[in-house]
Design a protein around this ligand. Structure first.
Ligand code: AKG
Ligand code: FE2
Length: 210
């Protein structure tokens, strides 16, 4: 084990108990310091969460009928990506997440929506790629609904579990010099036991992509 005396630099500049964006005040509920994992409240309103679900619902259903049905058992949920700035709601959310994550929207992938039904999960993985000249550097998972049972975002290396709650989010980053810290951001979406789970995931890249 390496003994670290100094903390590495973080991309997350918010040190008080709240983040004030253009249109919202976002309480910071909890933080794991290194690697940084931050739990945020009130990232999106009920209407915004419901709007994102409504806008993606039909597209998920359509993709399930076609041949693009997800057969990868790493991730058994169904998903879709919005185009960048696809509509005013997506634009507003992307802008807010960019402020929270402190990275310009030009670095943002299209917002991803995932839907899990009972028994569906996302097994432990890293969000960064093994090889990339423009890798992902940070993630924000926004919970779009309350899950009756299960569906936690779990960080096994940290022993940290985040319970989904509508409008709340978990942020984490993996752009550390020390690769061990990046590796510790391993995480999973635990199987949904009861109810369903909807999330929106925002990934940021090191360099602009739009
Ligand atoms: O479902 C979750 O809680 C985690 C989702 C996730 O890991 C991802 O979208 O990369
Ligand atoms: Fe992930």
């Amino acid at each position: 084990m390496t003994i670290r005396t100094e903390k590495e630099q973080t991309m997350f500049p918010h040190t008080s108990n709240r983040i004030v964006t253009e249109d919202r005040v976002i309480p910071i509920l909890s933080r794991y310091e290194e690697p940084l994992v931050v739990v945020l409240d009130n990232v999106a309103s009920e209407e915004e969460c419901e709007g994102l679900i409504a806008l993606s619902h039909d597209r998920l259903n359509r993709s399930k009928i076609g041949q693009s049905r997800d057969t990868n058992d790493m991730r058994t949920s169904s998903g879709m990506f919005f185009e960048e700035n696809e509509n005013s709601l997506v634009e507003r959310i992307e802008k807010r997440l960019s402020t929270i994550m402190n990275i310009p929207t030009q670095h943002a992938e299209g917002l991803q929506i995932l839907h899990y039904q009972p028994g569906q999960e996302y097994k432990a993985h890293h969000d960064f790629f093994k090889q990339s000249d423009n890798n992902r550097i940070s993630t924000l998972v926004l919970y779009l609904n309350d899950v009756e049972e299960g569906g936690e975002t779990f960080f096994p290396e940290l022993g940290l579990s985040v319970t989904p709650k509508k409008g709340m989010a978990v942020y984490f980053e993996y752009f550390y010099q020390d690769n061990e810290l990046n590796n510790q951001t391993l995480h999973s979406g635990s199987p949904v036991v009861k109810g369903e789970k909807w999330i929106a995931t925002q990934w940021m890249r090191r360099k602009p992509i739009r």
